[in-house]
Design a protein around this ligand. Structure first.
Ligand code: BYC
Length: 322
């Protein structure tokens, strides 16, 4: 779909410091128009999108690992098939997103290199271990649920390829979310041992899920520019609050306790109040010192090395066919 637009064509587009063009661009954003590959855009808009979309792609690909670890240990064939399909979907999401970033001039090689050398960020939540089978359900409910909140917003973003990728990804994520809820319901309403497993998974995944939405708005350096250009239409704190408002009562309804002593419903505000996130832990994990950061990158590096012969064969085939 983007094959006829080369990164060099984009880089050579008209100078992007022109105040008249900038005013026209701002007016397009204000009218709610989509910006498409090859359209004039400010450097900062392109840079922000490459940063965010490539991080998002890496998150999908690294996000395959915590759940992928359970494919060989699924309790029955049906569960194995469901989990295989879900993990495969996440790999596909990574593909759509790398393609979307490529339309802005980023190359796949640079993006992958940045991931493998630890330069690029990806969602902190995927640096936590999956210790029991109940974690698979809890990830579907909480992590996919949080991702849907954020991505439903991004489906309205101003950059056409990113917004269209989000529409498709959200449709698939909503299946993942339903599958996760189905699993957790079954365990939460099952035997005491099953319920304890579901509660333990909730205890471990609740806070890392809230961290997915990013720092508080006041500590989020990128939000003002992203909002100005219609990339984000809601802030980190707004989306986190929406997620807690929807999810906390659903968890209570199946008899699970949210691991936050400060969680309570504020009648006047019409929102659930919740305790403070451990931001020291968040930044430690983001900076590479989480429980599984090293393991995740080592696994990705091995997969990349193991796939070298496929890339070389494709390159040789392309060279021979041209
Ligand atoms: N983890 O200024 P801020 C999935 C970084 S996967 C790590 O607020 P922004 C799934 C942030 O990058 C879907 N880093 O940033 C897959 C920034 O650093 P840089 C994952 C984080 O961009 C498999 C700095 O902190 N979803 O669904 O305005 C299985 C300051 O933050 C995090 C996406 O990727 C974090 N949690 O807002 C199951 C959504 N939070 O780059 C499920 C796309 C912040 O300035 N991304 N940082 O060095 C976004 O919506 C936004 O980038 C964020 C952050 C809300 C994450």
């Amino acid at each position: 779909m983007y094959g006829n637009i080369l990164p060099t064509d984009i880089a050579l587009a008209a100078p992007n410091t022109d105040p008249v063009k900038l005013a026209e661009f701002d007016a397009r954003i204000a009218r709610g128009e989509k910006i498409e590959p090859g359209d004039w855009m400010p450097d900062e808009y392109r840079k922000q999108l490459i940063r965010m979309i490539s991080q998002h792609a890496h998150s999908e690909v690294v996000g395959m690992l915590p759940e992928g670890a359970w494919i060989t240990r699924a309790p029955n064939l049906r569960q194995k098939l469901v989990l295989l399909a879900k993990v495969q979907d996440e790999g596909g999401h990574g593909q759509y997103l790398y393609h979307a970033a490529e339309t802005l001039g980023a190359t796949r090689e640079e993006m992958v290199e940045d991931l493998l050398t630890g330069k690029a960020k990806y969602a902190s939540v995927f640096n936590y271990p999956t210790l029991t089978w109940a974690d698979i359900g809890m990830i579907g409910w909480l992590v996919d649920g949080a991702a849907i909140k954020n991505q439903t917003m991004l489906a309205h973003c101003s950059y056409g390829p990113y917004s269209r990728a989000m529409v498709r990804i959200c449709a698939e994520e909503s299946f993942h979310n339903k599958q996760g809820k189905e699993m957790v319901y079954r365990y939460a309403l099952g035997t005491p041992k099953q319920k304890a497993m579901a509660q333990d998974a909730l205890n471990r995944w609740w806070w890392p899920t809230l961290m997915m939405f990013g720092p508080h708005d006041a500590d989020s350096p990128n939000t003002p520019q992203l909002v100005r250009w219609g990339i984000k239409t809601k802030s980190n704190d707004e989306l986190r609050q929406e997620f807690v408002d929807e999810t906390a009562p659903e968890l209570h309804a199946v008899g699970l306790a949210v691991p936050d002593p400060e969680l309570c419903y504020d009648e006047a505000a019409g929102h659930w109040k919740f305790g403070e996130i451990n931001w020291d832990e968040f930044w430690r994990v983001v900076k590479g010192d989480g429980p599984c950061n090293k393991e995740r990158l080592a696994t990705r590096r091995k997969a990349h090395d193991d796939g070298r012969w496929v890339r070389e064969a494709l390159a040789a085939y392309a060279a021979r066919s041209s």
